[in-house]
Design a protein around this ligand. Structure first.
Ligand code: UGA
Length: 428
């Protein structure tokens, strides 16, 4: 049986917004993307993905005609039944969450709802600290529209758990769907929308849904910092930390994922979300010691790579250091909070010359470090450098010939190298 086609507006065309919108288009819904960035709007309208994400371009081409994009909030919102707020929630200088985009989105939604007599459902998908939807977003929409939440319009919080690089796959294969709602009408709209997904669906209070997102990301970040701490001890004892966590992860209460030790976590989510949760909890008079330690370990970890390099080359001044991988993880062009940033910074401070390569992220990285030399290939980096640092575990880095080089491997791609006995130093 065919489900009811919904008219869905996506406010904010970043990773989450685009993947969510195109995913729902594939499921048969009619999508309108709203963004202030004209370049993104134009790209979406010509079926070109404004971001690199595996499988996205094909899905956009396939569903051409089921979505459009515009900068006109009013028209787009008035012609839809449901709006997903997918705007960014960056960090402020002190680590707390910056809600300026969420607030201006709420204002626009409120204005558009003013003369709209249909029951419009507003769904917050952006990661927002617990309490935000009801204490910040709701009053803005109510004030601008003159309407009452949960009666005249629906309001819900539905966190997103997709991983960059696997976002399209994750959209169609979620582990769970969390829906924070209050009113029955909104609940049934969202249950209907998510009917095609075969996974546990958890209906919660709105602020609980907000917290589930933070607790999930904070726990995954904790697993990584924990693995790094154990890894640092293992290194001193000459124990293979990867074997250790293979053993640990076999306990079904623990699970093997997110125990890869190395130079730590980056990306647009973990560092920002852990910081925001720390700030929120301090605001409430708490002292979140575990969360603070998770960030401390993560900040120290990339510098360990430089320490190890200096064991081989004590004075880096004038030395040419190759950096392989600039993206915060493989299969993305995203460099936000990439561990390559503190590493390149530290190398520059030591007076090293840098030659860097990444299959997708050079253009994004260049904006932060125009002074760095960028190579056309990984091979080029290896040939031209005195030592190579592997910062992101792109698959192609596993198959290179590193013979005779000093290689510091921050991400355990060294399997091939180990077999060929061609690496000199390995980090983790
Ligand atoms: C993360 C979560 O995994 C998603 O579930 C969540 O939806 C998303 O944040 C978000 O909040 O939007 P993402 O940032 O795309 O997804 O990337 P991850 O695959 O989680 O990796 C994050 C960082 O941790 C990367 O820098 C990666 O290299 C590092 N990492 C990951 C490790 O150092 N070790 C591991 O074992 C796993």
């Amino acid at each position: 049986t065919r489900h009811h086609t919904m008219k869905i507006a996506i406010l904010g065309s970043g990773y989450v917004g685009i993947v969510t919108g195109i995913g729902f288009a594939e499921l048969g819904h009619e999508i309108v993307f709203i963004d202030v960035d004209e370049r993104k709007v134009e790209m979406l309208n010509s079926s070109k993905p404004p971001i690199y994400e595996r499988g996205l371009e094909e899905l956009m081409k396939k569903n051409r005609g089921k979505y459009r994009a515009t900068t006109d909030y009013r028209e787009a919102l008035e012609s839809s039944e449901l709006t997903f707020i997918c705007v960014g929630t960056p960090s402020k200088g002190d680590g707390s969450i910056d809600l300026k985009y969420a607030e201006s989105a709420s204002k626009e939604i409120g204005k558009a709802l003013k003369n709209n007599d249909n029951f419009h459902v507003v769904v917050v998908k952006s990661t927002v600290v617990p309490g935000t939807t009801e204490d910040k977003i709701k009053p803005i929409i109510e004030k601008e529209s003159g309407k009452k939440a949960f009666e005249d319009f629906g309001l819900a919080m539905n966190p997103e758990f997709l991983r960059e690089g696997n976002a399209v796959y994750d959209f169609f294969n979620p582990d769970r769907i969390v829906i924070g709602v209050k009113d029955e009408r909104t609940k049934s709209v969202l249950e209907e929308l998510y009917k095609p997904f075969d996974c546990p669906k958890l209906i919660t209070e709105i602020k609980t849904a907000e917290m589930i997102k933070y607790a999930s990301n904070a726990f995954l970040a904790t697993k990584i910092s924990f693995a790094n701490e154990i890894g640092n001890i293992c290194k001193k004892l000459r124990i293979d930390v990867y074997k250790v966590f293979e053993g640990v992860g076999l306990d079904h209460r623990i699970n093997p994922s997110f125990f890869r030790a190395g130079i730590g976590f980056g990306g647009s989510c973990f560092p920002k979300d852990v910081r925001a949760l720390i700030r929120k909890s301090e605001e409430l008079g708490e002292n979140p010691k575990i969360l603070k330690a998770v960030m401390e370990v993560n900040e120290r970890q990339p510098l360990k790579m430089i320490e190890l390099l200096k064991k081989h080359i004590p004075n880096l001044r004038g030395k040419k250091i190759g950096v392989l991988g600039l993206a915060f993880k493989p299969d993305t062009d995203d460099v936000r909070e990439s561990r390559a940033i503190p590493i390149v910074k530290a190398l520059l401070e030591e007076g090293a010359e840098i030659i860097a390569y990444d299959p997708k992220a050079i253009e994004n990285f260049r904006k932060f470090f125009p002074q760095v030399e960028y190579a056309n290939s990984a091979e080029d980096v290896i040939t031209k450098s005195d030592a190579v640092l592997i910062v992101t575990e792109w698959k192609e880095f596993e198959e290179l010939d590193y013979s005779g080089k000093i290689v510091i491997d921050g991400r355990r791609v060294e399997k091939a190298m180990k077999e060929a006995k061609i690496y000199k130093g390995v980090c983790w």
